[in-house]
Design a protein around this ligand. Structure first.
Ligand SMILES: [Zn+2]
Length: 295
């Protein structure tokens, strides 16, 4: 670990405190802030009121600390320095240099991998839910499923989310758009002995119908949808198969009734008729409110 970070250092200058800080256990999410960035007071505007013993803390971070003090005082300044480093870190990681350093770490999956099965171990990025310090702990963002997760280790779960901020992870993908994977429709479909579970099957059919409609409309307008075509087609094929089954067998008929009933239970728009289930006709059919089947 130490070696990895040592190779990242920006100059021949050895940064003792920062080296120690980023190589300490639990601080793996932090990158090393450049000496140049730390010594430019413009970058630190406003932070002097956020941190106790600001000047001593900054001196410690930049390795010019030479105050003769007792252990208790030293510990207080040390604590301030860690907090100050975090606050500066939030500003640094959205700079070009900071983004590049965090990108290196992202590529090595230093922040962990998405626990969602269909994300296939996609690397995560740290993020804050607020930019105000001491409010919320750091979370991990997966760009593939666009969801947020708790860090696995309790050491990481205790880090302040404001040390990364609410914008960093989004800026990363704006600056490096190639990092955003194509949208995937791959997802888990609950089944009981091979048969789709009713309520979720209704939801998935409704979503698939809507997506198919949207894709058709986008294609007509020649807008790139961002969805991988193959996955969507697979999904539609699967729906087609099930439809055939429904048309032939009594089992399918029963299933359709359950779907309507369950859809009402969970407050979903009900799909009227076979045609609209595929969204072949128009989107208005799909979002119609439920009416008893006698109508
Ligand atoms: Zn994911």
């Amino acid at each position: 670990m130490m070696d990895e970070f040592a190779s990242e250092s920006d100059s021949d200058y050895t940064s003792y405190w920062r080296d120690w800080f980023i190589s300490s256990r639990g601080n793996e999410y932090f990158c090393e802030i450049d000496e140049d960035y730390l010594t430019d007071r413009f970058n630190l505007t406003g932070l002097n009121t956020e941190v106790q013993y600001y000047q001593y803390a900054l001196d410690l971070i930049t390795d010019v600390f030479d105050l003769d003090c007792d252990d208790e005082m030293r510990e207080t300044i040390e604590k301030s320095a860690r907090h100050l480093y975090g606050l500066i870190h939030a500003r640094y990681v959205v700079t070009t240099r900071g983004l590049a350093k965090m990108l290196d770490k992202y590529k090595k999956a230093d922040f962990g991998k998405c626990p969602r099965v269909f994300c296939h171990s996609h690397p995560l990025l740290p993020m804050g839910q607020t930019d105000v310090p001491s409010q919320k702990a750091v979370k991990l963002y997966c760009v593939r499923c666009e969801d947020v997760y708790n860090p696995k280790s309790s050491r990481h779960a205790a880090i302040d989310g404001a040390y990364f901020g609410t914008s960093f992870h989004n800026i990363m993908f704006q600056v490096y758009p190639a990092l955003v994977p194509p949208k995937s429709a791959e997802r888990y479909i609950p089944r009981v002995y091979g048969f789709k579970v009713h309520a979720s099957a209704a939801l998935i059919r409704w979503q698939n119908g809507n997506r198919a409609d949207m894709l058709r409309r986008l294609r007509k307008l020649e807008v790139e949808s961002g969805f991988k075509d193959d996955v969507v087609e697979d999904d539609l094929d699967e729906e087609e198969e099930e439809d055939d089954l429904g048309a032939d067998g009594a089992e399918g008929g029963g299933d359709a009734m359950h779907v309507q009933w369950d859809a009402r239970q969970i407050g979903l728009p009900v799909l009227n008729g076979r045609g609209s289930r595929h969204g072949r006709s128009d989107i208005a059919t799909i979002v119609q409110p439920y009416r008893p089947s006698g109508e």
